[in-house]
Design a protein around this ligand. Structure first.
Ligand code: GSH
Length: 202
């Protein structure tokens, strides 16, 4: 298998975290992609030109990150996405929440870093900032319900918070940190894990 990824992509980080935790990372060759200038190899594999994309040995490519996570999880037990329907939906709901947080953060970063100031939309940036803040507050008050242990949910959340910490730390920390004590205590412990260290964006 070949994983097209970028070292700063939070979606790819979620996939890499799962691969490491499941002991599948040694089966996956990684190919670094510059998402601003995607290589033809990626575009052939994924017409959307996005990472992560996973090229399978029989020639098919799968995307996006939730599909890749499901695929990897299916390869080997124990499953990190539970098979019991209620537990499964709860884990996938947390993944969607974390990915949605990442979507808002990624959009905001692209607007701020990828466009000259006069082309930026203050209204859109305000909207994404509000989305991020509202979602962080929601997560702070629902941390007790985060599926714990060996499930995809904490990995997805860790990847989302890692991206915020990397690109938009002012929204997660500084004076705001008082608003998210439970979340930050959880994240600051988890980010020292070997898998988080091995996938640290740079
Ligand atoms: N929903 C997708 C999002 C993937 C995504 O937006 N990846 C970004 C990198 S973080 C990308 O490839 N951007 C390049 C582009 O949009 O052209 C997933 O979960 O994999």
């Amino acid at each position: 298998m070949k994983l097209f990824y970028s070292p700063t992509s939070p979606y790819a980080r979620k996939v890499r975290l799962l691969a490491i935790e499941k002991g599948l990372d040694t089966l996956i060759e990684t190919v670094t992609i510059d998402t601003a200038n995607p290589a033809p190899e990626l575009l052939n594999a994924n017409p959307l030109g996005k990472v992560p994309a996973l090229w399978l040995d029989h020639g098919e490519t799968i995307f996006d990150s939730p599909v890749i996570c499901r695929y990897l999880d299916n390869l080997k037990q124990p499953y990190w996405i539970p098979r019991e329907p209620t537990a499964e939906i709860e884990v996938l709901r947390w993944e969607a929440l974390a990915d949605g947080l990442t979507d808002a953060a990624y959009n905001l970063v692209m607007e701020q870093r990828g466009r000259p100031e006069q082309e930026r939309s203050p209204r859109a940036m305000e909207r994404w900032t509000t989305e991020i803040t509202r979602t962080l507050r929601y997560i702070e008050t629902h941390m007790a319900t985060l599926p714990s242990g060996t499930t995809l949910a904490p990995l997805a959340l860790a990847a989302a918070l890692g991206y915020l910490d990397f690109r938009l730390s002012h929204l997660l920390r500084s004076e705001r940190s008082e608003q998210y004590p439970t979340l930050l205590a959880w994240y600051d412990t988890l980010r020292e894990s070997p898998a988080m260290r091995a996938t640290q964006p740079s």
